[in-house]
Design a protein around this ligand. Structure first.
Ligand code: GCB
Length: 599
């Protein structure tokens, strides 16, 4: 699925802004056909945003079930004779969409886009009623999983989930209506290569509509707009002598301009930004353009006060400025695919990305922050099962399809901290890893490992291209005893390095309440958080085979209520409103190589 864009042959309109909104408290909207008329007791709701924190009430924050969005859409009179497409960049966790009385699409999964050709249901020059019902229920067959709890004392529905971030829901990203020609560029597959100073761009164009009498041509332009290669035909390989590659820290992009002609008439044109670069795991190194790359950075979250997981350009830009300020070179999209705008910016700024599905919490022994509380097997006919794996496979397909053209993305991460010690886990993950490689043979793929599955017990990491481990020595283990933590972390990382694969510490850190200080090793203080990071870095610098360090987390973020969480998870190096804690300066000194007294 190609993203909508403006071009000489295409036009797009965003439908962002205030929509009408109604919580479906009693779950009656589908039976009563709410899409057929104005929503009952509608109130305004911003798109994009989570609905949870807009209205100051627990009813909104903790709502479980359906929530309805509606607005009027005017279809431009100039759009006659074209193809009209409606696209939602994300609806968390699933949605059904109606144009007037007609159901046009449904989608499962909260973090990837979906679209429908609605040409037959709209009239250029007239308006339609657009209705979207979003549902936030989690089950063992959703990604991420969850399950219903008995109703609360107020009679309201409740649910439990195993991941450590608030279950925000709603229309989190843009909604767009666009017009394309009826013969159009429907899909593009691009693979880049490098051989010394010569780059290559293999391309394959799929046309939609009637291809009769058309010719396809491509032109590749460098960042300055100069034509560096050209080709004819729907597929081929472009060669770029003296290529300017995309590389970490320098997001040089080319534009691949695809043009479809019928005779002399331009039928459609589509422009895809392309970064010419290679990625490879060789021995214990991860190579970008043949050069060893060391990940320095963070896992993040899409999370902010008021708007929850709603995408916001200002916050995104500010975060990238902070990433630059601190000297990081990479991020991980924990624990779900982020807005496509984030990857666009990472491409342009040369920030490297580990791109993750929303498969987090496939681990019942680690439940509600307690280990061993839930005795049920994670993988069984009644819990995570074959149906879950099919939903998971679809999430992987949609992630790869959406993000395969971003040069910033160098690793696919198909799950965070699942249960991986059982034979069932191996049987669950082996086909998913195979699927990811079949979809994209050009990038390494992995599953993030958690501490209950050390090297001698894990049944999944040996199937991965690299070792990705989250470790909280000094926080959840050896709390307050950094000397003990240092010994254990080193022993474990050495054991992972002995597997011969590159080792990436994908999470480490501890909570700190900004402004809380202490002299000795006192957990929750800013000093302790810094000291824990320093301890971890000493270990990382001693162990060969380590290719990356990603701190958990870039910023404090919202979680479900829990006695171990103080208004959310406080492992941020920045507060939720992006003020640096002492740890931010600690990291900046390391990552920018600053000497004593330098700022
Ligand atoms: C983890 C999880 C992450 C949590 C973090 C923590 O291992 O991957 O989602 O937020 O630990 O702070 O407990």
């Amino acid at each position: 699925m190609l993203r909508p864009q403006d071009s000489p042959t295409r036009e797009t309109r965003t439908l962002d802004g205030l929509w009408d909104f109604a919580l479906d408290r009693d779950g009656v909207g589908r039976d009563e056909g709410w899409w057929q008329r104005a929503l009952p007791e509608a109130r305004p709701m911003p798109v994009p945003a989570s609905f949870n924190d807009i209205v100051p009430s627990r009813e909104f924050r903790d709502h479980v079930g359906d929530a309805w969005y509606q607005r009027t859409v005017h279809v431009p009179a100039t759009w006659g004779g074209g193809r009209v497409v409606l696209r939602l960049d994300a609806a968390t966790h699933r949605a059904t969409v109606w144009v007037d009385d007609v159901e046009v699409m449904s989608h499962e999964g909260g973090y990837t886009p979906f679209e429908a050709d609605v040409t037959a249901h709209v009239t250029p020059g007239a308006a339609v009623r657009l209705t979207v019902v979003v549902n936030n229920e989690l089950t063992f067959q959703s990604i991420p999983p969850g399950e219903p709890l008995p109703p609360g004392s107020d009679g309201r529905r409740r649910q439990k989930y195993h991941h450590d971030f608030f279950n925000y829901a709603g229309l989190h990203r843009s909604v767009r209506l666009s017009r394309t020609p009826t013969t159009y560029v429907a899909d593009l597959a691009v693979t880049t290569g490098l051989d010394g100073g010569t780059g290559s761009v293999a391309y394959d164009v799929t046309l939609g509509g009637s291809a009769a009498g058309t010719t396809v041509g491509v032109v590749l332009r460098d960042g300055a707009g100069r034509e560096v290669a050209a080709g004819t035909g729907a597929s081929g390989v472009l060669t770029v002598p003296d290529v300017h590659p995309w590389r970490p820290g320098e997001g040089h992009l080319h534009d691949l301009v695809v043009s479809v002609h019928r005779g002399d008439v331009l039928v459609d044109t589509y422009v895809l930004p392309v970064g010419i670069r290679t990625v490879e795991v060789r021995g214990q190194q991860l190579l970008i353009n043949g050069e060893p790359f060391h990940f320095r950075g963070f896992s993040k979250h899409e999370d902010a006060a008021v708007r929850g997981k709603g995408h916001d350009d200002a916050l995104m830009l500010h975060d990238f400025e902070l990433i630059d300020w601190i000297g990081a070179n990479s991020i991980r999209t924990a624990h779900y695919p982020y807005a496509e705008e984030v990857l666009d910016l990472a491409d342009r700024r040369g920030i490297v990305v580990v791109d993750e599905t929303a498969a987090v919490g496939l681990n019942l022994p680690l439940s509600g922050g307690q280990i061993g509380a839930d005795k049920r097997p994670t993988y069984s006919p009644d819990t995570v099962n074959d149906a879950t794996r099919e939903v998971h496979a679809q999430a992987i397909r949609e992630l790869v399809d959406r993000d395969r053209h971003h040069p910033s993305v160098v690793v696919w991460c198909i799950a965070n901290e699942p249960e991986t010690t059982s034979e069932e886990a191996r049987a669950y993950f082996a086909p998913l890893l195979d699927l990811t490689r079949a979809l994209d043979p050009t990038r390494p793929v992995g599953v993030v490992n958690m501490f209950l599955a050390p090297p001698d017990r894990c049944r999944v990491t040996d199937l991965c291209d690299l070792v990705m481990v989250n470790r909280y020595y000094g926080w959840y283990l050896d709390t307050g005893d950094l000397a003990a933590a240092e010994l254990k972390l080193e022993a474990e990382l050495r054991a992972w390095a002995a597997t011969g694969k590159p080792v990436f510490l994908t999470e480490y850190g501890g909570d700190a309440i900004a402004g809380l200080h202490g002299i000795a090793d006192v957990p929750w203080t800013e000093e302790y958080q810094s000291a824990l990071l320093d301890m971890t870095h000493r270990v990382l610098d001693r162990v060969d085979g380590v290719v990356g360090e990603h701190v958990w987390n870039f910023a404090d973020f919202a979680t479900a209520d829990a006695i171990s969480r103080v208004d959310g998870n406080r492992k941020g190096v920045f507060t939720r409103d992006r003020r640096p804690k002492a740890a931010a300066h600690t990291l900046r000194r390391r990552w920018r190589g600053l000497g004593v007294g330098e700022r």
